[in-house]
Design a protein around this ligand. Structure first.
Ligand SMILES: Nc1ncnc2c1ncn2[C@@H]1O[C@H](COP(=O)(O)OP(=O)(O)O)[C@@H](O)[C@H]1O
Ligand SMILES: Nc1nc2c(ncn2[C@H]2C[C@H](O)[C@@H](COP(=O)(O)O)O2)c(=O)[nH]1
Length: 212
């Protein structure tokens, strides 16, 4: 099981799709397209931050349960990143201390459940590292209206906060082996040679782990 990690717009879904095709495995995507809370969150983070966290946590757990039962698959964003968003929303006053504690309890409880599953943790976490400028240009390029910085005051600052949290998050991540991909200089979306290079890096890592 491979999980993709990285800031918003880093390229997780794109690489997850390519990896799924390359390894001929299922891909479990993040619950974005039919998410009934995501656009509401961007309109009013204070009102919807907690509900959005619960929504994502529930959906991610659903995917993980299916994914952990199979031998091979790719997951678009790890459950281990959820707390990054939660604590940021707490710092920004969008989540109360009580909500933070209830969520952390629930998350710990859910993570404990994973310990009882055939596969307890990912085999490899692939972190796509991008600069803040790249993050902004990819969000703009993808074009989801509620994510556009022109549409909402303060959104660029929030993106900067999310972006700033990632280096330490990745440094401290120790649940599974991990691999960093340079998402700035490698265009695995439009350049087939770059895609081969990234897939080669991941294959090499899987071979080192005796998984390929
Ligand atoms: N390495 C890359 N080079 C060029 N464009 C990319 C790259 N990664 C992603 N993109 C583009 O950036 C946008 C966001 O990518 P996406 O895969 O949705 O990111 P994420 O799932 O991390 O939010 C999409 O329009 C995608 O085509
Ligand atoms: N507040 C939170 N927002 C989240 C969380 N997980 C994802 N998201 C948002 C960020 C993007 O707008 C969108 C999809 O994420 P991508 O990184 O795939 O673009 O959902 C979360 O836990 N909290």
């Amino acid at each position: 099981m491979i999980v993709l990690a990285g800031t918003i717009g880093a390229g997780k879904s794109s690489l997850a799709k390519a990896l799924g095709e390359h390894l001929k495995t299922d891909v479990f995507y993040e619950a974005v397209d039919n998410n009934p809370v995501l656009d509401l969150y961007y309109q009013d983070p204070q009102k919807y931050a907690f509900l959005l966290q619960i929504y994502f946590l529930n959906k991610r757990f659903e995917s993980i349960k299916m994914a952990y039962r199979q031998d091979n698959n790719v997951l678009d964003r790890s459950i281990f990143e959820d707390e990054l968003f939660l604590t940021l929303n707490y710092k920004n006053g969008n989540v109360t201390k009580t909500e933070l504690e209830i969520y952390q309890d629930l998350l710990a409880n859910m993570l404990e459940e994973l310990d009882g599953m055939p596969k307890k943790r990912p085999d490899l976490l692939v972190y796509i590292d991008v600069s803040f400028e790249t993050m902004l240009s990819r969000i703009a390029q993808r074009g989801r209206s509620f994510e556009q910085i022109e549409n909402q005051e303060g959104l660029k600052d929030y993106y900067a906060q999310v972006h700033n949290e990632y280096p330490d998050w990745y440094k401290n991540y120790d649940i599974s082996p991990k691999l960093r991909i340079d998402g700035d200089s490698i265009d695995f979306v439009n350049n087939p040679e770059h895609l081969d290079e990234v897939l080669g890096q991941i294959d090499d890592e899987l071979k080192k782990l005796d998984l390929l």
